[in-house]
Design a binder for this molecule. Structure first.
Ligand code: PEP
Ligand code: MG
Length: 747
């Protein structure tokens, strides 16, 4: 009991060392050079709470807690955490931890900085269920500090989010324990990432990206890396691209600092041939060991290679959008075809986030409704089927972006489809068929390899997952007409306001900037309209710190959009600071768009904040979404506030105009963006904006429907923003309509 060195662990030690510790141990044992470290095992924590007598007190506090009552939950969490932190770590354990840390320092011959990570674990249950719920501390040095942070990791087993999660998912608190991983942080002179096989085609091409200094520079997208492509079959380097790396990141006295590189150094090749081969070979060993292509982070410190992270590559599947089923087929369940393509695989029914582990590459994910926690499983799935939702629900938006076929709003998919059976999912027709159907290329469609079509009306794209930016930019869209930041923020470790309340505003700004940068970079110099946070209370409640979200009878009409941004002004300012930081880095391709505007005052106030935060209003695009009848009916007042564009959010505009809840499958058949009332509002806005010189666009789902786009182009819309899968079709539609307008004018 106590300390276990990584060298003594293996993958079967999850209950003792947590998933992180066990995985690192597995690599260590297989002679993969991971930085050395140790685990304070889960029995140590259990023993600590038993010996100090606090175990019974914890159980007592948790016995009657009502997790739906925010005050009750927060106060229980606070009492338990204070209780744990008020007891000293048992003397023998404190000594063991300090000795282990001392040994790490002796090995290196200097003070070592360590990363201290929690790894919650439960007997017989996968650690991943609890990922991200407990704390991590970086750049820790000194024996006392290490002991202190271990205790803090322990107490983080009782954050409000973690308690809430366990209760909602029926885990017994008594069954859960926590291991803590203490690992040396490398201070590399060179580092990077590598895919051991091509992430799209699966070909045996090893793709290595490299920069000088710490790898965070690549991961955050701050520095363009060198790229090397090594053909593992021919055993030779087939392509290399040496980038200009203007600066590097380094660790100094526990802080990450930016160091400018000389002109000469910035253009130097990062890896020698020998180093490249060393990395490639390590990648091959790891791929072989895990039996799957890997996405690896590596580093060279004092000339020695280290592997700092390895996870399976989530391959981008080729979606058969140009295919169709042959024959009749037995339809098991029907819904709305929300993301086109055909997926064939085994049904995996996922009723809560803790079950996502069972979804393997190529399975059919069947669930009530997806959430940001399910995105890793969504990436692996061959298709997605949900009981709930309409064309603009989470499952629909994210599947289209990931290029995974999806059917939403089946009402009974989780009940009718049986676990393990093979089905064929047609994400266009909205049908789930029994068995694996034969598919072949659509006969009616002529597939052309045509030259890029240039249109006067710009065709842009919507995005919400920054990691998909490169792929989405490859659609050739003329820019981003809507960057929904909600999905990305929902995926962070805690609620945005919690960062601010915890005094971590700067960290939040950094995280936001790092994510947004990926999109600006992928599209540069094409403009990206970043929409400020549109956070409905119900969707943000499950996050750590989200317990304070008010319970609203009707969140769609509640505390969200710009009205919320202006009340939680500190948060709005944090967003603006993140964008300002990127503008200062040279990303002039930003635009800012305000959601759910209903009054001119909201726009005036927001603009004043932009100016106060130093954003170059006047040089960058600044606009609003027209997604309420109110905004459409007073658009002349709104344009006077000095906006450069408007964009129709037809998902909301339709639901508010014709009183049809966009997420309610019971009324999904009544949801009609072409209802005359909606079209009248749109027509009015386009006419007035044209008179005022304000650009018009659409970013609601209707912007991906050719019939709606045809009407809008005829009305004189300036741009259309479609889902990634629809960009090409919409471009063709726009080109055809524009040609028709010209022809009609000449006839
Ligand atoms: C809309 O309402 O049409 C829109 C694009 O915004 P969201 O779907 O994110 O509410
Ligand atoms: Mg909207």
């Amino acid at each position: 009991m106590g300390i276990i060195w990584l060298s003594d662990l293996s993958k079967s030690d999850i209950p003792l060392a947590g998933g992180k510790g066990a995985n690192l141990g597995e690599m260590f044992r297989n002679e993969i050079p991971v930085p050395n470290g140790f685990v304070v095992d889960s029995r140590t924590f259990t023993n600590f709470i038993e010996k100090t007598g606090i175990r019974d007190q914890i159980i007592d506090i948790l016995k009657d807690v009502n997790v739906e009552d925010t005050n009750d939950l927060n106060s229980a969490s606070k009492r338990i955490r204070e209780l744990i932190e008020s007891f000293a770590v048992l003397p023998e354990i404190e000594e063991e931890i300090k000795n282990a840390y001392k040994k790490l320092c002796e090995e290196e011959g200097e003070t070592v900085y360590v990363a201290i990570r929690s790894s919650a674990t439960a007997e017989d249950l996968p650690e991943a269920s609890f990922a991200g719920q407990q704390e991590t501390f970086l750049n820790v040095a000194g024996g006392d500090e290490v002991v202190e942070k271990v205790r803090k990791c322990w107490s983080s087993l009782y954050t409000p989010r973690a308690i809430y999660y366990r209760v909602r998912h029926s885990f017994k608190h008594e069954d859960v324990s926590i291991a803590v991983v203490v690992q040396r942080m490398v201070n590399s002179e060179k580092s990077g990432v590598m895919f051991t096989s091509h992430p799209v085609t699966g070909d045996k091409l090893c793709i290595v990206e490299a920069v000088f200094g710490l790898g965070e520079a690549i991961v955050s997208g701050m520095v363009s890396p060198d790229t090397y492509i090594f053909d593992r079959v021919k055993r030779k380097l087939v392509e290399e691209n040496i980038a200009e790396k203007k600066f590097m990141l380094a660790r100094k006295d526990g802080e990450t600092v930016k160091i400018k590189l000389s002109k000469k150094k910035s253009k130097e090749r990062v890896l020698t041939d020998k180093e490249l081969m060393e990395i490639v070979k390590l990648g091959e060993v790891i791929e072989e060991h895990y039996g799957k292509p890997q996405d690896i982070e590596w580093a060279f410190e004092k000339g020695k290679a280290y592997i700092t992270q390895s996870r399976p590559v989530t391959t981008i599947k080729k979606v058969e959008t140009d295919m169709e089923e042959v024959g009749e087929g037995e339809i098991l369940v029907k819904g709305l075809g929300a993301s086109p393509g055909i997926g064939i695989g085994k049904v995996k029914i996922v009723l809560s986030e803790k079950e996502i582990e069972k979804v393997e590459e190529g399975d059919i994910l069947v669930t009530t409704m997806t959430s940001p926690d399910m995105v890793p499983a969504m990436r692996k799935a061959a298709a997605i089927v949900t009981d709930e939702g309409g064309m603009t629900c989470h499952a629909a938006i994210v599947s289209r972006e990931l290029g995974v076929p999806a059917i939403v709003g089946t009402r009974e998919g989780t009940k009718v489809l049986e676990e393990g059976i093979t089905v064929t999912v047609d994400g266009e027709k909205g049908n789930v068929y029994a068995g694996a159907m034969k598919v072949e290329e659509k006969k009616a469609e002529v597939i052309q390899a045509s030259a890029p079509i240039i249109t006067a009306t710009e065709v842009k794209v919507n995005i919400s997952i920054p990691d998909a930016a490169e792929k989405v930019a490859a659609t050739g869209a003329d820019g981003v007409g809507l960057f929904r930041i909600e999905h990305m923020v929902l995926g962070l470790e805690k609620h945005p306001m919690k960062y601010i309340k915890d005094g971590e505003g700067e960290k939040y700004i950094e995280v936001l900037a790092n994510e947004i940068r990926k999109v600006l970079k992928a599209f540069y110099p094409r403009v990206v309209w970043i929409r400020t946070l549109d956070a409905p209370t119900d969707e943000f409640r499950a996050m750590e710190g989200g317990e304070d979200e008010p319970i609203e009878a009707n969140p769609m009409l509640g505390f969200r959009g710009i009205r919320r941004d202006l009340v939680e002004e500190e948060h709005f300012r944090a967003e603006m600071r993140a964008i300002k930081k990127l503008v200062d880095e040279g990303f002039k391709n930003v635009g800012i768009m305000l959601p759910l505007v209903t009054t001119a005052e909201e726009v005036r106030r927001a603009k004043q904040i932009l100016l106060e935060e130093g954003l170059p209003v006047g040089e960058i695009d600044f606009g609003v979404m027209v997604e309420t009848p109110a905004a459409a009916l007073i658009i002349e007042d709104i344009t006077k506030e000095g906006i450069t564009f408007i964009s129709f959010g037809t998902n909301d505009l339709t639901q508010y105009t014709i009183a049809v809840d966009r997420n309610n499958e019971n009324v999904a058949d009544l949801f009609r963006e072409t209802h005359p009332a909606v079209l009248k509002l749109i027509e009015r806005v386009i006419k007035i904006c044209r008179e005022q010189g304000v650009k018009t666009s659409i970013c609601g789902q209707a912007g991906s429907y050719p019939d709606v786009v045809e009407k809008l182009v005829k009305l004189g819309i300036d741009s259309v923003s479609a889902n990634p899968d629809a960009v090409q079709t919409i471009r063709e539609t726009v080109a055809r309509i524009e040609r028709k307008i010209i022809l009609d004018g000449n006839r």
